[in-house]
Design a protein around this ligand. Structure first.
Ligand code: APR
Length: 240
């Protein structure tokens, strides 16, 4: 019987898209510094001023459409194309992993390129080139909203993400401050025998015990790792 291929699971956050020109959230000049979370990323903010929320996500969507995946997204897609088993769990709402060519991508916090019913999260509609306007409704007549998980809302994909991490041989955490639950707790689902490695240029980030760190921007760190794995034909945590 042949062994299943070692499984790389990637948990990505805003930092992996920083070099594509997309702002992260918690940097001093990050998105949350200029946009109050409660106004634009909560169900209460949506109830108070849906136009403002739509404008905020229109701007995000327009930026993402105009930008491109970077070397980190491409390196992960390339690794998968070379026959490695790669699953991506992303907290990002952008579509850069898919545009780079990754085929197994789970969006924990939703997708900016998709709209959904404001009363039933299961009713989802790809936006294509459009944005959402007031008056756009789902098949049941309710206003459409971005398919984004807001603060205070459930994370429907969390159970699936836990199952994926529980099947990992190596968890690669890229560009996330691990400040948001339940995403940050995914690391706890890792099997005891599995390894975990973090790529993030912020050296002050507190790394959980047993986690290796590569303090580089994703666009340098991720391709450096995938090149080594491809060269040796296996997944491992490089010793520095
Ligand atoms: N490469 C890798 N990491 C980077 C880079 C880079 N070029 N630039 C910045 N980073 C790192 C920062 O050091 C930080 O640790 O990316 C991380 C970004 O952290 P946050 O802004 O907190 O973003 P994230 O962890 O993805 O946020 C999680 O919070 O607001 C919610 O729903 C939103 O999905 C988001 C969640």
């Amino acid at each position: 019987m042949t062994q299943p291929a070692p499984h790389l699971v990637v948990l990505s956050g805003a930092g992996i898209s920083a070099e594509s020109g997309i702002q992260t959230f918690r940097a001093s000049d990050g998105l949350w510094a200029n946009h109050p979370i409660e106004e634009v990323a909560t169900p209460e903010g949506w109830a108070r001023d849906p136009e403002r929320v739509l404008r905020f996500y229109d701007a995000r969507r327009d930026q993402i459409r105009a930008a491109r995946p970077n070397a980190a997204h491409r390196a992960l897609a390339n690794l998968e194309a070379r026959g490695f088993e790669v699953s991506v769990i992303t907290q990002n709402i952008d579509d850069f992993h898919e545009r780079a060519g990754s085929r197994r991508v789970l969006h924990l916090h939703g997708e900016i390129m998709v709209s959904r019913s404001s009363v039933d999260a299961r009713m989802r509609y790809p936006l294509g080139k459009r944005n959402i306007v007031i008056g756009d409704v789902c098949d049941q007549g309710s206003q459409l909203r971005p398919d984004v998980v807001w603060f205070g809302e459930e994370v429907p994909a969390f159970a699936e993400a836990c199952d994926i991490v529980a099947r990992a041989d190596l968890l690669l955490v890229v560009g996330t401050s691990l400040a948001v639950m339940p995403a940050a707790s995914l690391i706890d689902e890792l099997p005891l025998a599995a390894a975990c490695m973090l790529v993030d240029p912020d050296e002050s980030l507190v790394v959980p015990p047993g986690v290796a760190r590569l303090a580089l921007p994703a666009g340098q760190g991720v391709p450096a790792l995938t090149r080594q794995w491809q060269r040796e034909g296996r997944l491992f945590v490089p010793q520095h």
